[in-house]
Ligand binder design. Structure first.
Ligand SMILES: *[C@@H]1O[C@H](CO)[C@@H](O)[C@H](O)[C@H]1NC(C)=O
Ligand SMILES: *[C@@H]1O[C@H](CO)[C@@H](O)[C@H](O)[C@H]1NC(C)=O
Length: 555
């Protein structure tokens, strides 16, 4: 149960404590100056120690009081909100709860309403999409039997972008700039930090309209609104928010790669909400360091997997209503700048200011080439964004065929996860697993030591199984599929494909389901290991044990 505070970026940059200048009055000789500073050196830690122990005692007293008032479970909830751990909740710390209870978000951040320079440059962004392929949905196999027409009405009618083309002041794209000036090429930061934690839980499903965006959300919201009028910049489920990575830098420019986990709600009253959640939005922006000029902007939903959108719709207006789930394929959804941002006024040879739109002849702009002084590959930047969003990826997950080759070479076992929907996008099947066991450090350590990890979609292995060109791989895929049950199966296999051990994710979750009283006690006991982590470790160890038995065949 890692608090999601750990994942937050260093928004705002680092702040160093002001160094008080220590001056010795009348310090003339070397001797007196030395003595004086010695005294100071001694006194400062003592003073600090005194203040600290007084504060510690006060905190301990407040903590005792809060346990008496709230009980251990209440304190756990309270401390999850109290991010500075001072035993008081500031309005900012209370915000997630207020939003959850009232459903109302504070008014938009006034900072974002800054007046933009009317003479600044303007960027034109164009939206393109091809609708979701309805026949890629599982429910299409029986002709959407039992799915009411109204459920899918928002999906069926969404055939094109809401706003095909739109102009933005270039300076608004400063939202993408790195916070502070201390970031180097390769560093990542949160554009929009996640606000989900174990205690705020998931955001409600029964909403139609996005909350008013704040801060940097305002621009992302405006961009996504070109695709559909109801973008939710913050997804209901983790991983939530948006991260960025500084891919390249020159004297004057940055290339910033980003990844956004947002979703759309497609239905309107009286139909019940329908959530359309692409695996991710990614892309990059090349802009000047002062954000006065944007050279290039591209935002898109990757379409290189067989399924890339998760969909969930309600059969009733309340939170507890039944929800239907499906996955589908979206061939294209993207926003692209039509060219670099352009000024609306220029100064001509005579020094006169000319409005480009009124110029007698069309104005041709010539842009300098950008020469990066430091850069990463696009792939490496994507990997860093992934690590920022998914700590479980600290262990690499290889494609199916590579995993077996590597396991063979390194004499390790294959730890394989077979799913209906993808593990590293927002699809629901992998969500629970990812947020718990696969991120816990004992599991990461064991996987790193003794296993080569891989995850695959059922659909992909069905393809491999049918591949006559590669019988060895086809056999491995078919052994995997033989032991698969919906929705997610975790497996341990020998490098030759034999499955040593496997467990279904639902069975696993049932085994590790916690009663609330357990939850309170394990969190406070020293050296706790939560039950799902220890169960997963037992599962992996059992696999290792069975492999040993294979290596020493019975006499
Ligand atoms: C995995 O193991 C390698 C070397 O054995 C080590 O450098 C790396 O930090 C480990 N990673 C994790 C996530 O434990
Ligand atoms: C893999 O190897 C083990 C022994 O090392 C053997 O028992 C098993 O039958 C093999 N499986 C396949 C699919 O060849």
């Amino acid at each position: 149960m890692a608090a999601d505070v750990d994942q937050r970026g260093t928004d705002g940059g680092s702040r160093s404590a002001p160094q008080d200048e220590l001056r010795a009055p009348g310090a003339g000789s070397w001797m007196s100056r030395g003595t004086w500073s010695l005294l100071l050196v001694a006194a400062v830690p003592l003073l600090a120690f005194g203040i600290r122990s007084y504060q510690d005692a006060q905190l301990a007293r407040r903590h005792e009081e809060s346990v008496r008032t709230l009980g251990p479970e209440g304190v756990l909830l309270f401390s999850s909100l109290d991010s500075d751990q001072d035993c008081f909740l500031s309005p900012e710390e209370f915000r997630p709860i207020a939003q959850r209870l009232t459903g109302v978000t504070a008014p938009a951040d006034p900072e974002e309403d800054l007046v933009h320079d009317p003479d600044g440059e303007t960027l034109t962004v164009e939206a393109h999409m091809q609708p979701l392929l309805l026949d890629s949905m599982t429910k299409s196999r029986d002709g959407f039997l039992g799915v009411s027409h109204s459920s899918l009405s928002g999906l069926r009618s969404w055939r094109s972008p809401a706003v095909p083309s739109s102009s933005f002041p270039a300076s608004r794209f400063r939202a993408f700039l790195p916070p502070g000036s201390g970031l180097a090429v390769g560093d990542t930061w949160w554009l929009i930090p996640s606000e989900l934690s174990v205690f705020t839980g998931y955001l409600p499903n029964n909403r139609y309209h996005p909350p008013p965006p704040r801060g940097k959300e305002v621009l992302i919201h405006a961009l996504l609104s070109m695709l559909h009028p109801r973008p939710f910049v913050k997804s209901r489920f983790a991983p939530q928010g948006a991260v960025a990575c500084l891919r390249a830098a020159s004297d004057a420019y940055y290339d910033i790669v980003f990844r956004i986990h947002a979703e759309f709600q497609l239905n309107e009253v009286p139909d019940f909400p329908f959530w359309f959640t692409p695996g991710q939005f990614t892309g990059n922006i090349v802009l000047s360091r002062d954000a006065s000029h944007v050279r290039h902007f591209h935002l898109y939903v990757p379409n290189d997997r067989s399924l890339n959108v998760d969909m969930e719709w309600l059969y009733g207006a309340s939170e507890s209503s039944n929800m239907e789930v499906d996955i589908g394929y979206l061939p294209q959804m993207e926003l692209r700048s039509s060219g670099p941002s352009l000024p609306s006024v220029i100064t001509d040879e005579r020094g006169d200011v000319v409005d480009v739109r009124d110029a007698a002849e069309p104005v041709h702009f010539v842009f300098e080439d950008i020469v990066w002084s430091a850069e990463l590959s696009r792939q490496e930047a994507a990997r860093r964004l992934e690590l920022a969003l998914y700590p479980f990826k600290k262990v690499s997950y290889l494609p199916f065929s590579q995993a077996f080759q590597r396991a063979e070479a390194e004499k390790k076992l294959v730890h394989s996860i077979l799913l209906w929907g993808a593990l590293d996008d927002q699809s629901c099947s992998g969500r629970t697993l990812r947020e718990t066991v696969l991120e816990s450090s004992p599991v990461l350590t064991l996987l790193n030591q003794s296993f080569i990890s891989s995850w695959s979609l059922v659909r992909e292995l069905e393809g491999l199984q049918a591949d006559e060109q590669n019988p060895a791989l086809a056999e491995k895929a078919s052994l995997h599929l033989a032991d698969y049950t919906f929705p997610v199966e975790m497996m341990v296999a020998l490098p030759n494909g034999t499955i040593l051990h496997h467990i279904n994710a639902n069975v696993f979750l049932d085994q590790t389901a916690m009663r609330p009283e357990d939850e309170a006690s394990f969190s406070f006991s020293a050296g706790f290991e939560d039950p799902s982590t220890s169960t997963y470790i037992r599962f992996l160890r059992e696999g290792l044990e069975r492999a040993r038995a294979h290596r020493t065949p019975p006499e």
